[in-house]
Design a binder for this molecule. Structure first.
Ligand code: HEM
Ligand code: NAG
Ligand code: NAG
Length: 259
């Protein structure tokens, strides 16, 4: 036993001394004092890896395109609509508020009901805690349980990956929990589409084309650490992702029977 423990330690040490899976300049670093983050894990991950400014500040269309392209292989312009919504609602607190925004602008009280909505997978509802921006373990816990994140065996494919069906059901279950906790839960069509849309967005972003599913380890790192799972094997996918890719995933998530 002891021998294998030391052997493992040595092998692991050697491996980590030579193996740097994170692209140069895009190492994972937690935000430091003064840096700002958002209710969006997708953008926070990009900032935590320096694909977006690590400060989380003064972000424009071009920065989103370069970051989402460099890290996730989204085609330029794919996420324009999400950025448009930020400027349309006049949420930016920067001096150049028609061109740039700070990540925390997406979680301000004004953002609630415009770009930030109830029933998020990993954030509380604004009217319940006043904080719909920060990762909330109490909210994420039941979602992670529905996704079966803790059940993980390298032996069984079913236990390693998340399928569209499992993700769609976990999303729907979170909506039911949110409705119970928040008497003012706005069960509008807009909010339902937003909820389906963000599930489709993470599935598309973390989709492993070889496995044709999302590895649980990648999803766990994404939500729980806001880290891109380079160490767990994530690579920028070969195939470019476009609006059409997202639309297809949206339809697939929406088509899963959930009640
Ligand atoms: C780059 C690719 C992106 C990915 C993978 C991504 C992913 C996600 C996910 C999974 C959520 C849901 C979080 C939860 O339910 O707890 C979310 C929420 C959000 N995202 Fe993104 N996102 C991306 C880009 C963007 C862009 C470009 C914007 C706008 C500039 C944006 C704004 C938001 C906002 C405001 C929310 C909060 C919505 C809510 O209340 O749940 N995201 N995003
Ligand atoms: C948008 O916000 C800025 C301050 O951030 C403010 O000066 C401006 O008047 C607002 N514009 C509209 C149309 O509300
Ligand atoms: C619910 O959301 C819809 C669509 O965003 C909005 O028009 C409506 O005012 C909201 N209702 C409440 C009570 O917030």
């Amino acid at each position: 036993m002891k021998l294998s423990y030391f052997t493992n330690t040595i092998l692991f040490g050697l491996a980590s001394a030579f193996y740097h899976p994170e692209p140069k300049g895009h190492e994972f670093r937690r935000p430091e004092a003064g840096d700002v983050r958002s209710p969006c894990p997708g953008l926070n991950v990009l900032a935590n890896h320096g694909w977006l400014p690590r400060s989380g500040k003064e972000i424009d269309y071009d920065a989103i395109d370069r970051a989402a392209g460099g890290a996730y292989h989204f085609a330029p312009g794919t996420l324009d609509m999400a950025v448009d919504a930020v400027f349309l609602a006049n949420l930016s607190s920067t001096e150049t508020y028609t061109k740039t925004f700070n990540l925390d602008d997406l979680g301000s009280p004004e953002a609630h009901g415009t770009v930030e909505f109830d029933g998020s997978l990993s954030r509380s509802d604004f009217l319940v805690t006043g904080d719909a921006l920060s990762f909330d373990r109490k909210i994420w816990g039941p979602v992670a349980q529905h996704l079966g994140l803790a059940r993980h065996s390298a032996k069984f494919r079913k236990e390693k990956y998340i399928t569209v069906e499992v993700a769609a059901k976990a999303r729907a279950a979170r909506q039911e929990i949110a409705k119970e906790a928040n008497p003012q839960f706005n069960a509008s069509e807009f909010q339902n589409l937003g909820s389906i849309g963000t599930t489709a967005l993470y599935l598309t972003t973390l989709w492993d084309d070889e496995a044709d599913a999302v590895p649980k380890t990648w999803l766990k790192a994404f939500f729980e650490e806001e880290r891109l799972a380079y160490r767990e094997g994530f690579k920028r996918p070969e195939k470019v992702k476009t609006g059409a890719t997202l639309k297809k995933m949206n339809e697939a998530v929406g088509a899963v029977p959930v009640s």
